[in-house]
Ligand binder design. Structure first.
Ligand SMILES: Nc1nc2c(ncn2[C@@H]2O[C@H](COP(=O)(O)OP(=O)(O)OP(=O)(O)O)[C@@H](O)[C@H]2O)c(=O)[nH]1
Ligand SMILES: [Mg+2]
Length: 349
């Protein structure tokens, strides 16, 4: 509105400064009212497309990960101060933890970090869903399968081999998560350069997916798709058979009749997505995961040094791990990391 615009302009002319993205939230952080993980949890909740993503964001916002990090930092700090005393007053007969006790606590901290790191597989499913590439020979019904999985007429289907040229990615919600399906060009030897490019993209899609659906319409087909990713064989067009052929190692479906839920249920179970609702803490952020892995490696350095009874290296590595953990909650995060996080907020928030 013109009046609002005029008021804003008058304010700016008289020295007011417009708020930046995330400015007020950043002030809350600077003033110790929230930590970085609280802020990241809010962003995850705003961006959440599924109930699982919202749950993971809420847990982060409620400081569940933050509390565990602070707890581990406290334990480390106890060890650091004990180690420093041993270094500074080697002759004194102080009641200090023995090298064995330090080692034991370090191992416990490492195991805790390892447990947190392992939750990132489930965290990724909760936040981003499961990436599924649909691959196979031309005409087996990959695009039809995509349409049936989406319950939407999205991809072009025809009985001409080589109909799909480019990859086509679409997401669909299932229970409390989502699947990100990628339809791909049929794989075959071809002189057509466009089709060759499509096949290259199909292989790349398979290699960057979490799991591959290797589709066939031939029950005797036992070919394996060349990928490092786990694959599930899907036998499509079962409606063409009066008696179902025996293929124990395949999911038997018909894109035509729309009977494809077994694929979704199998994928859901394969990634233990049912565990998301009962999970206490899940690591959902690449930033957190990177810090946790780095801290774990620093703790491993400390353990190696403790085994070799070089206390000065033990203390240095423990201090490093303590600071690395602080990057998660923000106590030792650099200014540019903090700015990047708060800039994700809408204007002024
Ligand atoms: N009877 C039957 N026909 C199917 C089924 N699924 C697909 N078809 C038919 O198979 C033909 C090929 O289907 P598409 O989905 O285009 O196959 P595609 O694997 O994507 O093929 P390309 O894109 O060429 O690699 C079409 O005529 C579909 O109608 C099915 O479950 N049952
Ligand atoms: Mg196709």
């Amino acid at each position: 509105p013109a009046v609002v615009q005029a008021v804003i302009e008058a304010c700016l002319k008289n020295g007011a400064v417009p708020a930046q993205n995330g400015e007020f939230s950043k002030r809350a952080f600077v003033n110790g009212k929230q930590n970085l993980t609280n802020a990241e949890g809010i962003i995850e909740m705003i961006e959440a497309e599924t109930a699982s993503a919202a749950k993971a964001g809420a847990a982060l916002m409620e400081n569940k990960l933050g509390k565990k990090i602070v707890d581990l930092q406290d334990r480390l700090l106890d060890l650091v101060s004990a180690g420093e005393v041993v270094l500074d007053y080697p002759e004194e007969d102080l009641e200090m933890p023995t090298g064995k006790q330090i080692l034991h606590t370090l191992q416990e901290i490492r195991d805790n970090l390892d447990g947190l790191i392992r939750t990132s597989t489930l965290g990724k499913v909760a936040r981003y869903g499961i990436d599924v590439a649909i691959v196979g020979a031309p005409n087996v019904g990959k695009s039809s399968l995509l349409n049936a999985l989406l319950a939407e007429d999205r991809a072009i289907v025809s009985d001409i081999c080589g109909t799909t040229r480019d990859t086509l990615k679409e997401s669909v919600g299932y229970k409390d998560i989502k699947f990100n399906f990628v339809d791909t060009a049929g794989l075959r030897k071809t002189e057509n350069v466009i089709e060759q490019e499509g096949i290259k993209r199909a292989i790349a899609a398979a290699n960057s997916a979490d799991v591959v659906l290797n589709v066939t319409d031939n029950p005797a087909d036992r070919s394996v798709f060349p990928t490092i990713k786990p694959q599930i064989r899907v036998f499509n067009k079962c409606d063409l058979y009066a008696e179902l052929p025996c293929c124990d190692d395949s999911l038997i479906v018909s894109a035509k009749s729309g009977n494809v839920d077994v694929i979704k249920e199998t994928l859901y179970d394969m990634f233990c997505a049912g565990d998301i609702q009962s999970a206490d803490v899940m690591v959902t952020s690449e930033r957190h995961l990177e810090c946790l892995k780095r801290a774990e490696s620093e703790i491993n350095d400390a353990i190696a040094a403790a085994n070799a009874t070089t206390m000065d290296i033990v203390v240095t590595s423990m201090k490093q791990a303590w600071a690395t953990l602080g990057e998660v909650t923000g106590t030792s995060a650099t200014e540019d990391v903090i700015d990047r996080i708060y800039s994700k907020f809408c204007l002024g928030k």
